[in-house]
Design a protein around this ligand. Sequence first.
Ligand SMILES: NC(=O)c1ccc[n+]([C@@H]2O[C@H](COP(=O)([O-])OP(=O)(O)OC[C@H]3O[C@@H](n4cnc5c(N)ncnc54)[C@H](OP(=O)(O)O)[C@@H]3O)[C@@H](O)[C@H]2O)c1
Length: 385
Amino acid sequence: VNVCAPSEVVAPQAFSLSRFMAPPDARQRRTLAVGLIGPGRVGSALLRQLRTAQPRLAREAGLQLKLCGVADSRRMWLDHDDPELNTRSHGAQTWRPGDLDAFAAHVQRAGERHALLVDCSASDAVAAHYPRWLAAGVHVVTPNKLAASGPLERWHAIRQACAGGARYRYEATVCAGLPVVQTLRDLLDTGDELHSVHGMFSGTLAWLCNRHDGQQPFSALVREAHALGYTEPDPREDLSGLDVARKLVILAREAGWPLSLEQVEVESLVPPGLAGLPVEEFMQRLDQLDAPMAAKLAEAHTRGGVLRHVAKLDHHGRASVRLQVLPAAHAFAHSRLTDNVVQFTTRRYCDNPLQVQGPGAGPEVTAAGVFADLLRIAESLGVQA
Ligand SMILES: NC(=O)c1ccc[n+]([C@@H]2O[C@H](COP(=O)([O-])OP(=O)(O)OC[C@H]3O[C@@H](n4cnc5c(N)ncnc54)[C@H](OP(=O)(O)O)[C@@H]3O)[C@@H](O)[C@H]2O)c1
């Protein structure tokens, strides 16, 4: 792997809350105008976290986070909204039809010097706006994987758009709130060389592999995970391995390797005959997964190992996502519940890889990952005159 950190995307910033915690000098107040796109599970959790943290950040760090707007797929709310509309609705702010460019322009005007958009959607249409927003100087933070793992052409356009100084951060796209992208960036920025990445990037598949011990059919476990809300509404999004492949692409690109999603060898757990069915029919025919999964488990037992869903990027830049039999003593064999695990093997961490492990999904931890990205950008901003 040709390892050069794409430092144009985000300049390295040593982040420390203690810098925020320094007593604010009146001349050092920073104001950041924030617009949130996608007030769903993660977006709503972020709004709650921002509201709770605001007084502390203002008091202890001199940082004013000014929420100027919220947009979903159909409509948007803007502060300082149209006085005419406000008069008609007795002074209340109102929702109006969505228009993302008008939304971005509003947040930018409100921010004067510093404006930031948080994209908490899973929409490619929203990601398509990033190059334009960044080129206009608006920072972008997101847990949405579609830009960072999408077409290379757009990825390059985003990197170029950052040349003007706007920041694009996406820590929560890989393992939610766990410090995975930042850890890789720090390794590379300090002169280390990436040799390989091994990981379990899907909490859902980790849980399924942990529980799949032959006591009950695999389909029963998928149904249980579905009922617990561990899977996507359509479990094929997890079982296909595509979401995991996207995370691998994001890390590869972070290491300077121009990997595309199509280049990742992905072993789907969904039989081809079930791939195109409506979700209800797929759920009815889930038992078709049982025989192949039982065979894989039997093979693992014969070899004295365990079955794990592993993503791998090797030192030639080859990427794969598949079920693998691992020795019972392997670190991935001991993960808990829906844990994600990532191992970076590098020139410095060569005998024993650097490992990041913990819960890698859920609205609260994902929102916290987004919030931390936002704070890193805020920390790097100039002082407001
Ligand atoms: N949930 C997790 O644990 C987790 C973990 C890691 C990463 N993520 C990522 O975080 C993001 C949000 O996940 P979530 O679970 O919060 O999803 P969600 O609950 O489905 O919320 C998605 C939000 O995006 C909005 N949206 C969709 N299309 C839009 C568009 N074209 N323009 C503006 N807004 C649009 C939706 O608005 P409507 O209601 O109008 O459709 C909704 O508010 C996704 O990219 C996901 O992959 C989630």
